[in-house]
Design a binder for this molecule. Structure first.
Ligand SMILES: [Zn+2]
Length: 339
């Protein structure tokens, strides 16, 4: 597309620097500084952010920027990924979805954040284990525009499940999945919520206590369904690895690595998997849920999440995620193709 008819990427700040140069964007991944501009050319670039219905070509002509300089500057902006087609803004209007679309559009070459949201709206995520972490993940995914949530956890709401997220004392004693389904339906009416499972979600999140049980993931592995295990331990939470079956480190690989490191792992693991659900501390749960939701959305949006091939370990007291790489284990035999 002709650069002069394109638009500056939505949401890109254009900032005037003291030496007359102009900075477009603030994110170190893509921001660019143009120097050697005349004051007229600088004000033209500002104009592009404020009068979005006018094309850069029209605006340049009105401001008196010469065609040669216009094309030179637009060429730099185009190579920096700062220009998108006007259609990237179609459908924009007030509302939370538009605000999200603008931020998400910055990540796309075409700037079409609404297309990212459309992809999410067509997706189904299953969440098993609806304590504090699972329920906050459900709320985050619903708010982020995921179209369908399959909530799985018929255990009763405990007092410890409340205080973070949506469940309250009034929900105590009711089935977690049904109580949470009512909250999600009230807050995000566009989201379809299932409490009887979904055999083929686009991704499954499974929250467990103390240690994963690889056999629990066998069906997801054989069905080729990407899944994200989350393990709650005494004072930390492990998010990941996000498993792309046959293509990346799986839960069985993780178990095999542990067995290599600890000859008694088969005894230890079996004991850890028994017993009551691990308590989910508030700040730790909030960070773990947000981290997990980010990984899920990155997967749905077509990115490669950091948790593919890695565990994200989040520990009290600071709750800063630490990335620990875990390679596929040759004894597991789950990898059929190069990851
Ligand atoms: Zn494996």
């Amino acid at each position: 597309m002709e650069a002069a008819t394109m638009r500056l990427r939505p949401g890109t700040p254009v900032l005037m620097r003291s030496d007359g140069s102009v900075q477009c964007g603030t994110d170190p991944r893509w921001s660019v500084v143009l120097d050697g501009l005349t004051p007229v050319e600088g004000s033209w670039l500002r104009d592009l952010t404020e009068r979005r219905h006018v094309s850069p070509g029209q605006s340049a002509a009105r401001r008196g920027v010469t065609p040669h300089r216009r094309d030179l500057i637009l060429g730099v902006l185009a190579r920096a990924g700062m220009l998108v087609a006007p259609s990237a803004e179609h459908g924009a209007g007030p509302g939370a979805a538009t605000a999200d679309a603008r931020a998400l559009g910055v990540l796309r070459p075409d700037g079409a954040g609404l297309a990212t949201l459309a992809g999410r709206a067509a997706a189904t995520v299953a969440i098993t284990g609806l304590g504090r972490i699972g329920s906050v993940i459900a709320l985050l995914l619903a708010a982020a525009g995921v179209g369908r949530l399959a909530l799985v956890d018929p255990r009763p709401v405990q007092t410890a499940d409340t205080g973070l997220g949506a469940l309250t004392e009034q929900d105590v004693g009711q089935a977690r999945d049904e109580a949470l389904a009512r909250v999600v339906a009230g807050r995000s009416p566009a989201v379809e919520v299932l409490t009887d499972g979904d055999p083929e979600p686009d991704l499954a999140v499974v929250v467990e206590s103390r240690a994963t049980l690889p056999a629990r993931f066998a069906r997801l592995m054989s069905a080729g369904i990407p899944h994200l295990p989350i393990v709650v331990r005494e004072a930390d939470v492990v998010v990941g690895p996000l498993v792309r079956p046959g293509h990346s480190t799986c839960v069985g690989c993780l178990d095999a690595v542990r067995a290599d490191q600890d000859g008694d792992w088969h005894l230890i693991g079996a004991q850890l998997r028994r017993g009551p659900e691990q308590p989910q501390e508030a700040a730790l749960s909030a960070l773990a849920a947000a981290t997990a939701a980010g990984q899920v959305l990155a997967q749905l949006d077509g990115h490669r999440p950091t948790a593919v091939g890695s565990c994200l370990e989040i520990s009290l007291p600071e709750c800063l995620p630490r990335v620990r790489r875990v390679d596929p284990h040759p004894r597991c035999g789950c990898i059929t193709l190069t990851p």
